[in-house]
Design a protein around this ligand. Structure first.
Ligand SMILES: Nc1ncnc2c1ncn2[C@@H]1O[C@H](COP(=O)(O)OP(=O)(O)OP(=O)(O)O)[C@@H](O)[C@H]1O
Ligand SMILES: [Mg+2]
Length: 220
């Protein structure tokens, strides 16, 4: 069974008197353990599509079926649960909470609190080379380091699906490569399913599957 099945998906926005078909009739099947890159020009609907897959927004019509359940028919409460349990998000601008340390940012995202949380968070940060940065505020970290914290935060609940919207977009090529190495490793070791938006030709090389968006339509 497909992990994610998208059927005849549309998202329309009204901008004044104009209607924009941000997602314009997309069908896509993503299997468990797949690594997809979504490419395409600015404004082609990539982020909108990712937000619909991640239950961050509701489509105008069509279906997003995750693990056999049509999430477009689920309540806000069910969607919140899905996001927390099964989805990990990474964004271009890291989105860390500026007043919390690296470790606290990760701890704040833990869905099921346990006694060993602090230890587990430090271990995870250590695995991405941030053992000695765990108690720093984001403002004291480089972009690459902040994105590694954001990645650990996305992974702390062991999501089956990682959704990344231009995760290397604000990084120099070396830091970007480190982030990609971590993602590839997760995809291989844990069969985590990854859907990643990128503008970078070099990043798209890492993906097994590439989908190209143009004017809300996806070509695979
Ligand atoms: N909330 C919104 N309200 C109105 N229009 C929107 C909204 N979100 C997106 N759009 C429009 O939908 C289209 C697709 O936007 P989207 O952000 O998905 O593109 P993108 O491919 O991610 O672009 P970029 O590469 O610049 O991030 C654009 O024309 C955009 O202006
Ligand atoms: Mg975008």
């Amino acid at each position: 069974m497909a992990l994610i099945e998208i059927k005849d998906l549309y998202k329309r926005f009204k901008q004044g008197s104009k209607t924009i078909n941000a997602v314009d009739g997309i069908d896509l099947t993503v299997n468990e353990g797949d690594f997809w890159a979504i490419v395409g020009p600015s404004g082609s609907g990539k982020s909108t599509l990712l937000q619909l897959i991640g239950a961050l927004d509701r489509p105008t019509s069509g279906q997003v079926i995750i693990d056999g359940k049509d999430i477009t028919k689920q309540s806000d409460r069910q969607l919140a649960h899905l996001r927390q349990q099964s989805l990990g998000f990474v964004f271009q601008n890291f989105n860390l909470i500026p007043t919390l340390t690296a470790a606290q940012n990760v701890e704040a995202a833990i869905a099921k609190r346990g006694r060993d949380d602090k230890k587990r968070v430090l271990e995870l940060l250590g695995q991405v080379g941030l053992a000695d940065r765990a108690h720093h505020l984001p403002s004291l970290l480089s972009g690459g380091e902040q994105q590694r914290v954001a990645l650990v935060r996305a992974l702390v609940n062991h999501p089956r699906i990682i959704l990344a919207d231009e995760p290397t977009g604000n990084l120099d090529s070396k830091s970007g490569e480190e982030i990609m190495k971590i993602l590839i490793d997760l995809n291989k070791k844990h069969a985590q399913t990854i859907i990643l938006i990128t503008h970078s030709d070099y990043v798209r090389q890492y993906a097994q599957h590439v989908g190209e968006m143009h004017d809300g339509k996806l070509t695979v």
